[in-house]
Design a protein around this ligand. Structure first.
Ligand code: SF4
Length: 135
């Protein structure tokens, strides 16, 4: 049986109008995506950056799992690894850097850019640096 859902949301970018989104999903797959005509400001409009989001989601080259580089930089040689292995390796490297050079040797990459408050705030929360980059 085919089931079609209509899911309303808002664009995650930082524009003041915060465009409304409608995503139609059929059997777990996006079949239609457009601006919400009920949004009081943008009335169904979406910019060219966001209109092709479903193409990003289903692009065959989309990275969906961690990869470890197994050749020289730029050689394009990668090996798929588990999330547990990736997080474990990163944690181990961070612990070594902190032990050898101090925590200030790791630069949290803080930014706001296009992804809103949550994206901007997580490094500050993770590294306990407050708002903005570590000083
Ligand atoms: S759809 Fe485009 S214009 Fe609208 S909030 Fe998102 S990025 Fe901004």
């Amino acid at each position: 049986m085919t089931t079609r859902q209509q899911i309303k949301g808002v664009c995650p970018h930082d524009c003041p109008d915060t465009c409304g989104l409608v995503t139609e999903v059929e059997n777990g797959r996006i079949v239609n995506f457009y601006g919400d005509p009920d949004h009081p400001v943008t009335e169904g409009w979406l910019c060219a950056k966001v209109r092709p989001y479903p193409d990003h989601v289903y692009h065959p080259d989309r990275l969906q799992y961690p990869l470890r580089r197994v050749g020289p930089k730029g050689s394009g040689q990668w090996q798929q690894i588990s999330w547990e292995a990736a997080i474990g390796e990163i944690g181990q490297r961070w612990r070594e850097i902190i032990a050898n050079y101090g925590a200030e040797a790791i630069l949290p990459y803080s930014y706001s850019g296009t992804l809103g408050l949550v994206q901007m705030a997580w490094p500050a929360v993770a590294f306990g640096t407050g708002w903005g980059p570590a000083s």
